[in-house]
Design a protein around this ligand. Structure first.
Ligand SMILES: NC(=O)c1ccc[n+]([C@@H]2O[C@H](COP(=O)([O-])OP(=O)(O)OC[C@H]3O[C@@H](n4cnc5c(N)ncnc54)[C@H](O)[C@@H]3O)[C@@H](O)[C@H]2O)c1
Length: 373
């Protein structure tokens, strides 16, 4: 089944009435909220601390409407988390809230331990109390989806793929904090019986991504005529999925996924960083030409420059997406080529997005390479 069909069918078959999205003002969380709002009849509650990477405008038409509640507090605020869950009575929780930038985790690992590990533990405890209070029928319908990353598996050699049974070997403080959170979720399933599902996604891209991440950072630089800073030799290889495809997968998994299962959300389209940056530079130039067809655009002056590599930089991630495809029929709808074209044009059409981040203090500076012992 194509994702368009999946999404069209969701309106009729989506059985969850109340969905709690943690991190719902972040890059992926907001895409999930938009998809839930547009394609399902569910009531939606967002729990988000509104860190630097959150953006309420990303909720688009789902912001400020009665069906969507926004609760702006930290996962660590135990009584607030408990009260929200007890009063909203979610039938599905999609847990996306986290600190997410690897470079920041190198500079400030404890922030990642606090938000991603302790934050998940607080949430799980609130869920445990709530779930115990439900009838057997409601307990059976409830789902907690832990949104994790391919980075928990560490780096993999050429021609290999991580399977859902692959061991965890996280290499960055970010990946380790996500791995620890996954283990907590598993323990709350095995010990207390909470019906949980795990997802691991490859790299996401698309609208509203904070400009510290590779694709918007390169666009930010390129749109200002600055050089494209590539970490190390740029031969690191990643799979990339368009954020709306990820959101569709999460809705499907929340609705039809099997308790205790692990699903890999991957496009199968693997690109080396250096190739990605070159493709992006070409697409940016093409899009700028299209925007001003009567003007001769000066040849692009931005060039790739190789900068100091990230400490502990994983060389390659690649996952097998077979379980999700075979069990639930999901496959990406938006190819890398189309997604890149859409993404470049979205950022060009929304210059206020970067301007806002700049006015909030982000300057595009290098993070995560000042290791002090
Ligand atoms: N972006 C990717 O490529 C990718 C890939 C795989 C998995 N993931 C996972 O998906 C999830 C979302 O990632 P993203 O790229 O949207 O991140 P993001 O940084 O854009 O958004 C994270 C959101 O979580 C909120 N948040 C952070 N700490 C919080 C706390 N303690 N309490 C409440 N809210 C808090 C932030 O305010 C923000 O809105 C994360 O769990 C991440 O590990 C992301």
């Amino acid at each position: 089944m194509e994702n368009e069909e999946i999404v069209a069918a969701l309106k009729d078959i989506f059985f969850h009435q109340r969905v709690l999205v943690t991190g719902g003002c972040g890059f992926i969380g907001s895409a999930v909220v938009r998809a839930l709002y547009r394609h399902t009849p569910a009531d939606i509650a967002i729990l988000d601390k509104l860190t630097y990477s959150a953006d309420i405008e990303a909720l688009e038409e789902a912001y400020g409407v009665p069906r969507v509640q926004l609760h702006t507090f930290d996962l660590l605020e135990q009584s607030a988390v408990e009260e929200l869950i007890a009063t909203f009575c979610p039938t599905l929780i999609l847990h996306l809230a986290a600190e997410t930038h690897v470079d920041r985790s190198i500079d400030d690992p404890l922030q990642f331990v606090t938000s991603n590990i302790t934050g998940t533990a607080v949430l799980l405890e609130a869920v445990r109390k709530y779930w115990r209070s439900l009838t057997h029928a409601d307990q059976a319908q409830f789902r907690f989806v832990q949104i994790s990353t391919d980075e928990v598996y560490g780096s993999i050699g050429e021609h290999e793929h991580f399977e859902v049974s692959s061991p965890y070997q996280p290499n960055s403080p970010y990946a380790a904090s996500k791995a620890a959170a996954d283990h907590l979720v598993r323990a709350w399933w095995k010990t207390y019986g909470i019906p949980v599902i795990f997802t691991h996604s490859c790299n996401n891209y698309g609208p509203y991504q904070y400009p510290e991440k590779l694709i918007p950072l390169m666009l930010w630089k390129g749109m200002q005529g600055e050089d494209f800073p590539v970490y190390g030799n740029g031969l690191q290889s990643r799979e990339w999925v368009y954020v709306e495809d990820h959101a569709a997968a999460l809705l499907l998994i929340g609705n039809r996924g099997t308790v205790g299962s692990v699903y890999h959300i991957t496009s199968g389209e693997e690109i080396r960083n250096i190739d990605l940056v070159n493709e992006l530079a070409n697409e940016l130039e093409k899009a700028l030409q299209e925007m001003s067809p009567n003007r001769v655009i000066a040849k692009r002056t931005s060039k790739v420059v190789h900068v100091e590599d990230r400490p502990g930089h994983d060389i390659r991630y690649a996952m097998s997406g077979k379980p999700l495809h075979d069990a639930l029929g999901w496959q990406k709808e938006i190819s890398w080529k189309e997604g890149l074209a859409r993404t470049v044009r979205w950022y060009l059409a929304h210059p206020s997005f970067f301007a806002k981040k700049r006015s909030q203090g982000y300057k595009g500076n290098r993070l995560g390479c000042q290791i002090t012992n």
